[in-house]
Design a protein around this ligand. Structure first.
Ligand SMILES: *Cc1c(COP(=O)(O)O)cnc(C)c1O
Length: 434
């Protein structure tokens, strides 16, 4: 321990900050055991899926050009199907992001005249343009797909009467976002999603239920496709890529939904048969193999931060004790200085670009300056330790990720160090608040 302490000190962490954080950590052992147990279950699920599909080193070979007979690509999709317990999956480097995967899943399964329903309130920002909630060239709206939304009730529960009323003869697809994303509503558990799907299918059995699974993979031991979802969709530079996938997205689900998605991604008539994997298969397999442990590290970081900042009197969502359903942690500092100091700490603790200072800037598409901290191996990978915040009330920062628990821990300790250095939190108060 003395060697470790010495290193923390050499990395600029003062004694009071370290003692406070280690004290908080010592109270979390039960939580961490529960997180490790889930990771173990998910690790076994992933290994079994690879064994059942006879993954072999031939699958790591690269294909080029059309990518006909890309065994590695096809087998990887079978592995995803085994993990998600679905008939099929599309797992591709040319699904270039989560938004793109969601766009393909939606635009391929909806036709002009159909209606899309979100029964869980406003979807993730980037989907507003995909759907056409915000006018955008090429949106579903331009193609004659209408959109309806039922907000969650004030207490976070589903508005069942409202949902029943919104389902109509045009409703073709229901989109359910698992993670709160950057909103203040609670994240949905897989069980809650199952209840919602059950309710919807009782009214309209043929409706397609799609779950935006971003940030949720491997947080629980079951996935939305285990509770009735027809499609689960996500990004490989978040949880299931395990930090190694340099790009990619996935859609796992019913065969006919996945086939429509494949015909949309490539071309009618071509579908899943084409698409060279260009040597990326090894990272996809190995990242998936590591994903359960990586997600566990990120979850420990989120729980650690929630408990530190809750103890210091800040509003944290989820709170320190709550069950987790995604890897995102929100902390409300109430001042721009607090948010900026936090982001500086995350940046300073990164393995890459630790020497740069993040600053708020006017990002296109946002109504306030945004600050982002990330020192990632893969650009924008939010399974790596990263934080961002719009500089506007209530001055909340959202952070997520950490490829290892020890990095997440250093990052969070460094945020507290920065807040202390700037006088936002006093060192004496740290020890008093224990
Ligand atoms: C990240 C995210 C997306 C979009 O993914 P990108 O890869 O950033 O395009 C969509 N929905 C949710 C809930 C997300 O967290």
């Amino acid at each position: 321990m003395t060697e470790t302490r010495k290193l923390y000190q050499e990395m600029g962490i003062q004694k009071e900050v370290l003692d406070f954080c280690l004290h908080i950590e010592s109270d979390l052992s039960e939580r961490f055991v529960q997180i490790d147990q889930r990771a173990e279950s998910n690790q076994l699920k992933v290994i079994k899926a690879m064994q059942d599909n006879r993954v072999s080193d031939i699958h790591f070979a690269a294909t080029t050009g059309y990518g006909y007979n890309d065994l590695g690509r096809d087998t990887l999709e079978d592995v995803y199907s085994s993990i998600f317990h679905t008939e099929a999956a599309l797992v591709r480097p040319n699904l270039i992001s989560g938004t793109h995967a969601l766009h393909i899943a939606l635009s391929s399964n909806l036709r002009p005249g159909d209606e899309l329903l979100s029964p869980v309130g406003k979807p993730y920002d980037t989907l507003e343009e995909v759907i056409g909630i915000r006018e955008s060239v090429g949106s579903l709206k331009e193609y004659g797909v209408t959109y309806r939304q039922v907000d969650l009730l004030a207490d976070g529960n589903f508005d069942y009467p409202g949902i029943a009323q919104a389902l109509n003869e045009k409703t073709k697809l229901v989109t359910i976002q698992r993670s709160k994303g950057y909103a203040t509503r609670p994240t949905l558990s897989v069980d809650q999603i199952g209840e919602l799907i059950h309710f919807i299918k009782k009214i309209k059995p043929e409706v397609i239920c799609m779950v935006d699974n971003c940030y949720g993979e491997f947080v629980e031991t079951i996935e939305p496709t285990d509770v009735g979802a027809d499609m689960a969709v996500g990004s490989l530079i978040k949880n299931p890529g395990g930090g190694l996938a340099p790009i990619g997205g996935y859609i796992a689900g019913k065969k006919e939904c996945i086939e429509r998605a494949a015909y949309r991604l490539s071309a009618p008539g071509l579908g899943r048969e084409v698409g060279a994997s260009l040597g990326l298969n090894t990272s996809f397999y190995q990242g998936l193999f590591l994903a359960p442990t990586v997600v566990a590290g990120a979850l420990k970081g989120a729980v650690f931060a929630a408990n530190i900042y809750e103890r210091l009197g800040f509003l944290v969502v989820p709170n320190g004790k709550e069950e987790r359903h995604d890897i995102i942690q929100a902390i409300t500092f109430g001042t721009p200085e607090g948010v900026i100091a936090f982001c500086e700490g995350i940046q300073a603790a990164a393995p890459v670009d630790s020497f740069v200072t993040p600053e708020p800037w006017d990002m296109p598409g946002y109504d306030a300056p945004v600050i982002m901290a990330a020192g990632a191996f893969v650009q924008g990978a939010s399974i790596e330790l990263s934080a961002d915040a719009p500089i506007k009330p209530p001055y909340a920062v959202y952070f997520q990720g950490g490829l290892t628990w020890y990095h997440a821990k250093l990052g969070i300790i460094t945020t507290l160090q920065k807040l202390t250095e700037k006088g936002i939190i006093s060192a004496e108060n740290l020890l008093k608040s224990l």
